[in-house]
Design a protein around this ligand. Sequence first.
Ligand SMILES: [Zn+2]
Length: 410
Amino acid sequence: MSINICRDNQDPFYRYKMPPIISKIEGRGNGIKTAVVNNADVARALARPPMYVTKFFGLELGAQTSVNEATDRYMVNGAHDATKLQDLLDIFIQKFVLCKACKNPETDIVITKDQMLYRDCKACGKRSPIDLSHKLSGVILKNPPTSAGKKGLSGGKKSKKERKEKEKDKNGDVDDAEEADGSDDELTKRIAAEASSLPPVQATSGVEEEEDDDWAVDTSEEAVRARVKELEGQVGGFAIGDDDESNGNDLYSQLGNWILEQSPKPNNVDVFKKIKELGIENKHRTLQVLAQTLFDKDILTQIEDRVPLLKKLMAGDSHEKAFLGGTERFIGLEHPELISSIPKVLHQYYSYDIISEDAILKWGSRASKKYVDKEISKKVRKAAQPFLTWLEEAESEDESDDGEDADDSE
Ligand SMILES: [Zn+2]
């Protein structure tokens, strides 16, 4: 089914069509968001970069947005139904698409040297000015149609395939079809799919390296396992090599072993009591130990329960770093089968506000052998890359909003 681009045009032979907006509410509470599921399709029908459409919704609704063309994710904070968005889209079309003279939607956006915006009509040749007082005009000037479209081309192959999959859903009841897909949300699934399609180990692209790179790299599973064993032997369960408070290791081992010995694992209150009893409630290393001991192979279903405890103890940058280090160690050393789940784990840390995006990006930018050996450290970061990329794009997206207060609401 498709609808007229100019919805108030009653001409039965009107040939400019677009798909109606499909939206999906995700998350709950403060984290509630609306995914504009077919944002890219709608934007294509209007010959506008997808980000313009999402941004426009955000500006009109006073809501923050995030745009990721590579993963085909277009999010608006808050819950907004498709009808509302469709009405807003009419305004977008009036202001930024239709020729003012002949109402034809086949127009190009033109930016003049003096930073004026026009719709250039292919049908009648007239130029209609675009309202520069609308905040989207600022976005367009900063992201001209050509460069805003480039991003889409690079991710084109994948999103085409994804679009095809969505096309199938449209045949059924759209709302239900979207809900019926189990516990993982779309983003987590995509990240996982990307992560599992990554080639194994080997020299990493975006990851900076420390100088002493003298590993003779044997990446066979056996070799990795042998190195893991060796490393475990060297440094013991919870100790880390280059730490000067080494005589405090006992306390951390006590905490770690105490948690590991119990089945089921102790609840948050008991863990917190134990930590206080040991007097290490302010120590960043405590978080490393927790990352190594609170979870098992089902970590993805266990993080949520630990949010209150972890947030209570997370007192600064070094704490976040230690928690990520502990996670790296837990997965890299003890559960290498979970390496492909790293993006999901990080995504949960991030969306439950356990770890800030700064800390995750910092962690991801540099392999380190502080917590695990270098090869594993690289492997973990490589697996994390899809999430890191997503986060970077979301972040630069936010930065580009500076100065547009309607978009800055938290
Ligand atoms: Zn025209």
